[in-house]
Design a protein around this ligand. Sequence first.
Ligand SMILES: O=C(O)c1ccccc1N[C@@H]1O[C@H](COP(=O)(O)O)[C@@H](O)[C@H]1O
Length: 209
Amino acid sequence: MMAVRVKICGITRLEDAKLAVCAGADALGFVFYGPSPRNVSASVAAEIIASLPPFVTTTALFVNACADFVLDTIGQTQIDLLQFHGDESPEYCEQFARPYIKALRVKPGLNLEVEKQRFASCRALLLDAYKPGVPGGTGESFDWELIPREMRSEIILAGGLTPENVAAAIQQVSPFAVDISGGVERAKGVKDADKIQRFFEEVARANKN
Ligand SMILES: O=C(O)c1ccccc1N[C@@H]1O[C@H](COP(=O)(O)O)[C@@H](O)[C@H]1O
C-alpha cells in the first residue's frame, strides 16, 4: 500500500509550520477566509512560506472568494496549490490556470462520481463533513462509507480527523492523503506539538498495516 500523505491545514504561525514539517508533513495549508479563526494575511503566509525547506507543498484555501483576491494572494505568496472550499464552479477554479484541489462537503445524496466528472481538471477532490451554514473546518467527521470504493485511493480525506481516529480512517478508506486542522490544535489557529507528534505516529502505524 502507498504511504498516505499528510496535509496540515490552518497554519498561522512559523513555529507551527516548522513543527508540522519536522513531524513529516507533505503539505501545509493557509486559510484565506475572513470569517475563519485560522484566517491569515497574504503577507504573514508569504513570510512563513519563504522560511520553509523545499519539497513541502503549500496550499491556499479560499471560500467563494472574488477572483482578484485569489490572484493577489497567489502573487504575494507564490503558493503551489489552490484549495477551493466553497461552492465554486469548475470554470471558476480553472480561471487561475494553477493546480487546484476541490473540497466537497459530503452528505447522503451527493453523487461523488458526478462531482468527480464535473471537476475533472482538479488535482484531487478533498472530502469534508457537511454541516449546514459552515463551509468547513468544523472538526466533524462524516460517514466514510459514503465514499465510492473506486474513488478512495485518489481522494484527500478531511473532516474531524484526530490522533485518535486517523489510523481507523486510513484503515477503512485507504485515501491518497489525510488533511487535518482542528484535531491538532490547542486553540483555534494554534497548533499543539504533542497532538501533531501523535497524529504522525498514528499515520505511520496505519501505513505499516
Ligand atoms: O479551517 C477553517 O477554519 C476552514 C474554514 C472554511 C473552510 C474550510 C476550513 N478548514 C478546512 O476544513 C477541513 C476540515 O477541518 P477539520 O480538520 O475538521 O478542522 C480541512 O481541510 C481544513 O483545512
